[in-house]
Ligand binder design. Structure first.
Ligand code: DGY
Length: 324
């Protein structure tokens, strides 16, 4: 059985595939595969382990009907047309539930870093600008007792909210499609309307999936509803905020700061004005990038592939209904 892997993946997952008798080809060039190159490579393999942003659309699924199994090396699956996959009876594996702590850490780091202008000040030292100490310069914002608003309170949002309540005694409000009773009981989290989330949050952190409902939901209109002192954080998907509107909101001081681990597009261009703003911190989509989490993701994706190649149900499928 042959498996095509679109990136170099952690040894833990690779070993599992090889021990199961799979012949693995990894695309190790630091260059994205075009859609046609991906199809071409898949045609020579039985399975696809997809890491990275390649889109799997109807054209891909029709060209690659021979694939016995497809798994993603991510929890998110917005790059895959799941409705087409399901219609064509193709199960899509993914790696949910294991990156909550690592991603919540990055959200927490961004909140703290933005509140104290940390990245900007670090860069200013590198530019030789650590000069005269002024009592009125470099003033940040304290987080104690503030309100954390979570857009999409699932496992990652829960972990972030837990940190913010324990460390900063923050009040937690959230906006979800459905209630999170666990968070309400454990953290006193309060469900609110989207408008209330915008108006009441001191820190608003995004943890929702990218979907037609959430794409671009944080736009000009949303930013103007937020507090002028608010910090906006997105560690979910860059498509959920409108980047130009966010830039305008920061430039016009309609919100106070922003922390982004996801951008639109990715990678962010080096001349993006967000990169030179004092109250903005940007990271290159590293939410799940710890050794422990990436190993666990690779193992989970490999288990999906092995199960699929044996003709069994994948343990972690986005659309398990295809097995019915
Ligand atoms: C995920 O798993 O969805 C992470 O964001 C990495 O893409």
């Amino acid at each position: 059985m042959t498996v095509f892997v679109t990136r170099k993946i952690p040894e833990a997952g690779l070993r599992l595939l090889q021990e199961a008798g799979c012949e693995v080809t990894q695309h190790t060039k630091r260059q994205e595969l075009t859609s046609e190159a991906l199809i071409h490579a898949c045609k020579k393999h039985d399975a696809l382990l997809l890491a990275g942003p390649n889109k799997l659309d109807e054209h891909f699924f029709r060209e690659c009907r021979h694939l016995k199994v497809i798994s993603l090396l991510s929890a998110g699956y917005d790059n895959v047309d799941i409705s087409v996959a399901t219609r064509l009876n193709t199960a899509i594996g993914h790696t949910p539930g294991i990156l909550s702590n690592a991603t919540a850490d990055i959200a927490f780091l961004l909140i703290l870093a933005v509140s104290r202008n940390a990245f900007y000040l670090h860069n200013s030292i590198a530019r030789g600008e650590w000069g005269f100490i002024e009592p009125t310069a470099h003033l940040g914002m304290e987080l104690y007792g503030k309100t954390l608003g979570v857009f999409g309170l699932g496992k990652i949002g829960f972990e972030l909210a837990k940190k913010c309540t324990v460390v900063y005694d923050m009040e937690v409000i959230y906006h979800n499609r459905s209630r999170n009773e666990h968070a309400e009981e454990e953290l006193d989290a309060r469900p609110v309307s989207f408008d209330d989330l915008l108006q009441k949050s001191d820190v608003l952190s995004v943890h929702a999936n990218l979907s037609p409902q959430t794409r671009g939901i944080f736009d000009r209109k949303a930013f103007t509803r937020m507090k002028r002192s608010a910090i906006f954080v997105n560690t979910a998907r860059g498509g959920i905020h409108h980047e130009k509107d966010l830039t305008d909101a920061l430039q016009n001081e309609e919100i106070w700061g922003a922390g982004l681990d996801v951008t639109n597009p990715e990678p962010m261009k080096r001349d993006n004005p967000l990169l030179t703003m004092p109250n903005v911190c940007v990271l290159p989509h590293i939410g799940s990038a710890t050794k422990e989490t990436r190993d666990a993701m690779a193992v989970r994706a490999a288990k999906n592939i092995i199960a699929g190649l044996k003709g069994e149900q994948m343990p972690y499928a986005v659309n398990p209904e295809v097995y019915d």
